[in-house]
Structures are given as structure tokens and as C-alpha cells.
Design a binder for this molecule. Structure first.
Ligand SMILES: Cc1ncc(COP(=O)(O)O)c(C=O)c1O
Length: 375
């Protein structure tokens, strides 16, 4: 890609790390702190409580904070969900479902895969059938928002099915927490993966698991220890005692603390879902006027990511550079969609007028590229 000069106030339209508020960035400078001091124990305790509170599961789930990106949370969840000699059922209809599967395979956990096309939410009946026919399935893992395509899987329906079984329900909610409905309280998942730097508008480097007190907490204690660093049972025991086993990303925790305060002050989950719906409506109206086809059918679309077909004759690198020059960082199509599609995410602190202006920037960029091709 070329090195076109870009404005200082770039708007990140990639699905995390997302633009942050001045308050969140300032929180990084709260000062140096040793994680063995009581001040860090207080911060850890506050975060463990505020994360479950702000995501609507304060009485049913417990937080395990993880130093690492969302992928670290996914791997901790996968290896903490399946007892020895049992299997993990994985829904695979996107890059992140495939990642859950690769993690299970890397740790020698036997898997059962329920596949669906990348543009189709998984059918919960297929999961019910597999659970009925295979008594060794110990956990069902599904990505809520497949960021690959901007598509939502029906996690509330799957949650209702898994609830009647001994299996636990593992949800990768990394790109849906605080953004999408249904609310986590409705889903009944037992091991939920989330991250600081998408819907919560924090800084990258910290992620978390939410473990249900009904099943999730007992399950992580019953699995064999498959990793030293990503050991949910050891992390939970230490964090309950106000400790954390390894050096945490202290400053990123400060920033998450501030991000949660700002989120709750702005009205919490309901207000943030409304905001993301409004953003989706604004940008998608522009895409429709420009004649850019959206990959995913309307009822399954996530609020925060839209995968769009590249206009004829336009390559992703060229469109990326044109838009960066106009103040916007867009994101490539993933995997097999990388040559045909691009993605626009509306996560993080983005002033609405900049999303209104995106349509004009896209139109100008596409026109400029057509002119350069001599059309
Ligand atoms: C659904 C989903 N799961 C997992 C991840 C991995 O998160 P990270 O890139 O923070 O490791 C992402 C990142 O975009 C995601 O969208």
C-alpha cells in the first residue's frame, strides 16, 4: 500500500483496536504501580465487579481478567471447558469459529464440528441433534458475532438447548459484548470471552472470561491443566484472593476502568446498543445510496461490522489508501473474501458526523479511482 499522508484525526473503521476517548487515553498516565500492592488488588477487584455489572450478569457470572488480546481469552476458554476424554463441539462459520477449532486441536482436545456457510447463521437444531447423539460432548463453542462477515449466530437459541445438557456453553463474544443483543443475561452462556478494546472502548492488551456460577466456575476447576499461563482455574483462585499470577498490563487496566466508567455514565448497555444501531443505520443508508452490496442478509447483520463488495475494478489496497487520505482506516475482507470484499466497522469513540461524512469520502474515493483507470 502507498504511503499517502493521512490526517492526525484518523477514524479507525477496523473492528478493534478502536478509537478511544481522551479520558481513556489519559488514564494510561495514572502512574506506575506494582501489581503486588494493595492499590492493584483494589483495581482488580473493581474491574472484576464492574465488568460483570456493566455487561448485565452481576449475580450469575464471575470475571477472570486475562492479560492478552481476545485470542488469549478464547484459548483460555477452550482449554478450560472440556474434561479429560470428552469433546468440544465447535460451530464453524467464519474465521473465529475456525480459530476455536484450531485451538482445541492444538491442545489435543477431540472436536465435533457443526459447519455452516460463512453467510448463514448456524442452525441450532444441528447442535441439538449432535448433543443428543453424542454423550461425550462436554462443551459447545460458538462465536456470537463472526467479525469475518459481520454476521450474528443465534446464541440465545443455542443457550436454551445447551442448558438442558451437562455440557457447558462457551461463547466468543469478543466483538459483540456491549454492542449486540441479546443481552448476555438472556443467553445463559457458561464461559464467555470478551475484550477491552472493542465495544467497551478500552485499550488493547486486556481481555476477560465471564464464568457462570451455575456451571462455568466448576467446569474450569474440573479440567486438566493444559497451560501454565492460560489456566482459568489458577487465575480465578488467585484473582478471588486479590492477586494475579503474572505481571498484568497495569496501565491497560487503568484505561479499562475509565472506559467502563464512561460507558456506565453514558447509560450502559442499552445506550451503547442504541448508539451502535444508529451508527449502522447511518452508514448502511450511505452504502445503499452508493450501490455497495452488503454481504450478510438484513436479519443476521451485526450492529458494528458491515462486509461490502468491492466496486468493479477497485482493489482493496487502492480503496484503503484513498480513504486513509480522507481520514478513514477501513479493513480488508478476511480469508477467502480478501479479494472481493472490504469491511467497515463502527466500533469505538467515533463522532456521528464523521460517519455521516463517510458516504461522501467513499463516493469521492471510488470516483477518483475510476478516473485514474481512465473511466
Ligand atoms: C469474534 C472475535 N474473536 C476473537 C478475536 C480475536 O481478538 P484479538 O485480535 O484481540 O486477539 C476477534 C478479533 O477481532 C474477534 O472479532
Amino acid at each position: 500500500m502507498s504511503d499517502l499522508a493521512a490526517p492526525d484525526d484518523l477514524i479507525l473503521l477496523n473492528p478493534g483496536p478502536a478509537c478511544t476517548s481522551p479520558g481513556v487515553r489519559a488514564a494510561l498516565l495514572r502512574g506506575d504501580l506494582c501489581h503486588r500492592e494493595p492499590e492493584f488488588a483494589a483495581l482488580l477487584a473493581r474491574l472484576r465487579t464492574s465488568i460483570t455489572r456493566c455487561l448485565g450478569v452481576p449475580d450469575t457470572h464471575e470475571t477472570v481478567l486475562i492479560t492478552g488480546s481476545g485470542t488469549a481469552a478464547m484459548e483460555t476458554a477452550v482449554i478450560g471447558s472440556v474434561r479429560a476424554g470428552r469433546k468440544l463441539l465447535v460451530v464453524n462459520n467464519g474465521v473465529y469459529g475456525a480459530r476455536l477449532l484450531a485451538m482445541a486441536e492444538a491442545h489435543g482436545i477431540e472436536t465435533v464440528v457443526v459447519e455452516a456457510p460463512w453467510t448463514t447463521p448456524v442452525d441450532p437444531v444441528a447442535i441439538a441433534d449432535r448433543l443428543r447423539s453424542d454423550g461425550h460432548i462436554d462443551a459447545v463453542a460458538c462465536v456470537h458475532h463472526e467479525t469475518t462477515t459481520g454476521m450474528l449466530n443465534p446464541i440465545a437459541e443455542i443457550g436454551a438447548i445447551v442448558r438442558d445438557h451437562e455440557a457447558v456453553f462457551l461463547v466468543d463474544a469478543i466483538s459483540s459484548t456491549a454492542i449486540e443483543s441479546p443481552d448476555l443475561a438472556e443467553v445463559g452462556a457458561d464461559i464467555i470471552c470478551g475484550t477491552a478494546n472493542k465495544g467497551l472502548h478500552g485499550i488493547p492488551g486486556v481481555s476477560f472470561l465471564l464464568l457462570s456460577t451455575a456451571k462455568g466456575v466448576d467446569r474450569v476447576a474440573a479440567v486438566p491443566r493444559r497451560s501454565v499461563y492460560l489456566d482459568p482455574a489458577a487465575q480465578l483462585a488467585a484473582q478471588r484472593a486479590g492477586d494475579i499470577p503474572f505481571t498484568p498490563a497495569v496501565q491497560t487496566c487503568y484505561a479499562l476502568d475509565e472506559a467502563i466508567t464512561e460507558y456506565e455514565t453514558a447509560g450502559g448497555y442499552a445506550a451503547r446498543v442504541r448508539l451502535y444501531r444508529e451508527r449502522a443505520a447511518v452508514v448502511r443508508a450511505g452504502f445503499a445510496r452508493l450501490g455497495l452490496p452488503v454481504l450478510i442478509e438484513e436479519p443476521y447483520r451485526a450492529n458494528s461490522v458491515t462486509a461490502l463488495e468491492l466496486p468493479t475494478g477497485v482493489t482493496y489496497p487502492a480503496l484503503h489508501d484513498e480513504l486513509k487520505h480522507r481520514g478513514y482506516v477501513i479493513y480488508a475482507g478476511q480469508g477467502r473474501l480478501s479479494r472481493t470484499h472490504f469491511r467497515i466497522a463502527t466500533m469505538g469513540e467515533i463522532p456521528l458526523p464523521r460517519l455521516v461524512e463517510l458516504e461522501g469520502a467513499l463516493e469521492e474515493s471510488i470516483r477518483h479511482l475510476a478516473k485514474a483507470r481512465g473511466e
